[in-house]
Design a protein around this ligand. Structure first.
Ligand code: SAJ
Length: 427
């Protein structure tokens, strides 16, 4: 690998994955171009301002000079091109590879001979061979001769205070030994962690899908237990804590009002759909998705039961929703269960107020106090630190009668002492 100083990198897609990666490459001495369609984002980055609430970006962006642009012609300046665009699903949970395809088209149109093209976006096994490579072949480009391609699935965990682009182990796969070597050396030059070479590019694509399906299945497992234990009068959180005392071969996961984000509830569908083409039906993955997708509805059923205990119909009751984001202490709405819970509650003609400190423009009240003042019942849908710190007496002082704790993060015993009807998820 030539000295970083002379190597140029182009990162396509400057989101949670691409922007930290671009910054890290610049910090390690690469010349870095960043490509994104979002003019607003480009303007902010050029001004040294992070377009995302992210500690790594906010503290390091001012230290580097990224050449960000919307013009795909910059691609031909790079020795290494990194595709870091979203791989979402549509409303029927069908994979959408359009962003990856258009990024690959842009690279193929502006390919420089000898380039290393690395896909970091999360994709199912087969996408590099069946979707990306044909785009280059259509222009007469051959792997090994005109360019190399590799896959290194991103492992960014938004909001994680410890793990970030500089220190997370990675896996990398390629079509050729030369491509694998070049990709491994590149990541070793920017990351202080293990870069594990996979035997095939399909295996590299399968790693990320497996990691996240593993998490989805385990969350579904405890969500199903939560529903069952609710009927048996067993506190699932206590049971998980008990099981977690086993010093080996148990990994705790926690029930909640739903599984959101751009990874866990999405990635399994990429494998489910691709496996179908090979005649295999992933029943287990589908059941896990069905269970996790049912949790917003289960949360609203719990609210209904709690209101029945005080003979309050859902119709007309004032419900305060704490949290819009899919995950604590980040501002990210992708696949968030909170919006599904709000829709369901509104269908019951309840009056809904919403507060999320990360989304003032989507909150219906200015602050937490106003939300509590306007509510009789509370549904906590996101375990932001600010919500976990609300003292039980505050709920009592605001005459809150019912609390549904969608993340099992409030103090159940203390709230019950104030005569508040507290319902967790299996807790
Ligand atoms: N959730 C549960 N129960 C759990 C864990 C999570 O209900 O036990 C819910 C969360 O509330 C959230 C959703 O699942 O709505 C996803 O949570 P997450 O902690 O998995 O957060 P993500 O979506 O940011 O997942 C990322 C993933 N990183 C990558 O894909 C590169 C995932 O692989 C990580 O395992 C995860 O962070 C992590 O460990 O935090």
């Amino acid at each position: 690998m030539k000295n970083n100083k002379k190597q140029t990198v182009c990162v396509i897609g400057l989101g949670y994955v691409g922007l930290p990666l671009a910054i890290q490459c610049a910090l390690k001495g690469y010349t870095v171009y960043g490509l994104d369609k979002d003019q607003e984002k480009i303007k902010k980055i050029r001004a040294g301002k992070s377009p995302l609430k992210d500690k790594f970006i906010e503290s390091n962006l001012p230290k580097v000079s990224l050449r960000v642009d919307a013009d795909e012609k910059v691609i031909c300046q790079a020795d290494i091109v990194l595709i870091c665009v979203p791989t979402p699903v549509d409303k029927n949970f069908y994979p959408n590879l359009e962003p990856v395809k258009s990024a690959a088209e842009a690279v193929a149109k502006n390919l420089k001979k000898g380039q290393l093209v690395i896909v970091e976006s999360t994709i199912n096994p087969g996408v590099c061979e069946e979707v990306v490579e044909p785009i280059f072949a259509a222009k007469g480009y051959r792997i090994g001769k005109d360019y190399e391609m590799a896959h290194c699935p991103e492992r960014i965990n938004p909001g994680d205070p410890k793990w970030n682009v500089t220190n997370i182990n990675r896996v990398v796969g390629s079509f050729t030994a030369k491509g694998l070597k070049k990709a491994k050396e590149f990541y070793e030059s920017i990351i202080d962690a293990e870069i594990y070479p996979m035997k095939t590019i399909r295996a590299a694509e399968a790693v990320k899908i497996m990691e996240n399906s593993f998490r989805d299945i385990n969350i579904a497992f405890v969500n199903e237990l939560a529903k069952s234990f609710d009927r048996l009068g067993i506190d699932i959180v206590d049971v998980i804590r008990g099981a977690a005392t086993k010093p080996f071969s148990f990994m705790p996961h926690w029930p909640s009002c739903g599984v959101g984000g751009h990874c866990i509830p999405v990635d399994p569908y990429y494998l489910i759909e691709r496996a179908k083409l090979s005649g295999f039906d992933h029943e287990f993955l589908k059941i896990a998705r069905k269970i996790n997708n049912s949790m917003p509805e289960y949360t609203v059923e719990i609210l209904q039961d709690a209101l029945n205990e005080i003979k309050k119909p859902m119709n007309g009751v004032r419900v305060g929703i704490l949290g819009l984001s899919y995950k604590a202490n980040v501002g990210d709405l992708r696949e968030t269960p909170s919006l599904k819970i709000i829709d369901l509650i509104k269908k019951h003609k309840a009056r809904v107020e919403v507060f999320d400190p990360y989304f003032p423009q989507m909150s219906t009240v200015k602050n937490l106090k106003e939300l509590l003042r306007r509510s009789e019942a509370i549904v906590l849908a996101t375990d932001h630190q600010e919500f976990k710190e609300i003292l039980p007496e505050i709920f009592y002082q605001h005459k809150i009668k019912v609390i549904v704790d969608g993340k099992n993060c409030l103090n159940k015993e203390a709230l019950k002492k104030y005569g508040i009807i507290y319902k967790g998820i299996g807790h």
